[in-house]
Design a binder for this molecule. Structure first.
Ligand code: NAP
Length: 227
């Protein structure tokens, strides 16, 4: 049985990824805030006999996130695949960016992937197996007006992933980052950008790197520019 942990699966890329992995025979654990949308995703997985259940936490809560990961390891052991997907953006100029907004984007987009990785790594290392996939953004290759905290968090996430990849050498584990351009999800609404791909395009890419691609992709940055 292959087990994947996915964050941000209530909608958008995370939901599409959970469904894609389920269709490929993977069992899913959903880590996210309680909502009817997350329950709907879990129902889609149950229809496919692919749900191991939801673990409810706000990823902006550091202690709660770490504790949730410890509960997952205690209940299911080390997941084979970890998808750090949840993310948020506040589209405002730097002068209008409050400290609360800056810190919240850093907490969800960057600190949570660090905490999840840190808590799961010992059990993944013990199994000598596991793939940790981070959903960054093409914004981790450029700057964007009115999204400075988001951009900084995504550049940071790629830096974290690159460092993790170095620490994972010869461990049997791997990590990489997917950098989508404009995806047709709630996050894109109001951005002024036209969608250049569907969440399913990103989900199929994630599934490829989670299930098929060789470990030699450790440390890779997969850029998706769209059509
Ligand atoms: N859409 C794009 O154009 C695009 C482009 C490049 C990269 N990305 C990245 O792709 C990832 C998924 O984005 P999306 O487009 O699918 O966005 P989305 O539709 O807005 O979904 C965001 C997901 O993150 C979850 N989330 C947000 N804050 C959370 C928190 N505090 N605790 C737990 N979960 C939280 C949301 O859960 P709730 O339902 O509980 O809010 C939701 O499941 C993000 O990392 C985003 O930065 C998106």
């Amino acid at each position: 049985m292959t087990i994947a942990l996915v964050t941000g699966a209530s909608r958008g890329i995370g939901r599409a990824t959970a469904v894609e992995l389920a269709d490929r025979g993977v069992q899913l654990i959903l880590l996210g805030r309680p909502s009817s949308a997350l329950t709907e995703t879990d129902a889609l997985l149950t229809e496919r006999s692919a749900s191991l259940g939801k673990v409810e936490v706000d990823l902006a809560d550091a202690d709660g996130t770490a504790a949730a990961c410890r509960r997952i390891v205690a209940q299911f052991g080390a997941p084979d695949i970890v998808i750090n997907n949840a993310g948020i953006v506040d589209r405002v100029a730097i002068e209008q960016t409050s400290l609360v907004s800056w810190e919240r984007q850093m907490a969800v987009n960057l600190r949570a992937p660090f905490l999840i990785t840190r808590e799961l790594l010992p059990s993944l290392r013990a199994k000598r197996q596991g793939r940790i996939i981070h959903v960054a953004s093409i914004s981790a290759t450029l700057g964007a007006a009115n999204a400075s905290a988001y951009c900084a968090s995504k550049w940071g996430l790629v830096g974290f992933m690159k460092s993790l990849a170095e620490e994972l050498r010869d461990s049997g584990l791997m990590t990489l980052a997917i950098l989508p351009g404009s995806v047709d999800t709630d996050m894109l609404k109001g951005s002024g950008f036209e969608p250049r791909m569907q969440p399913e395009d990103v989900a199929k890419t994630i599934a490829h790197y989670a299930l098929d691609a060789p470990l030699a992709h450790n440390g890779s940055v997969i850029e998706m520019f769209g059509v």
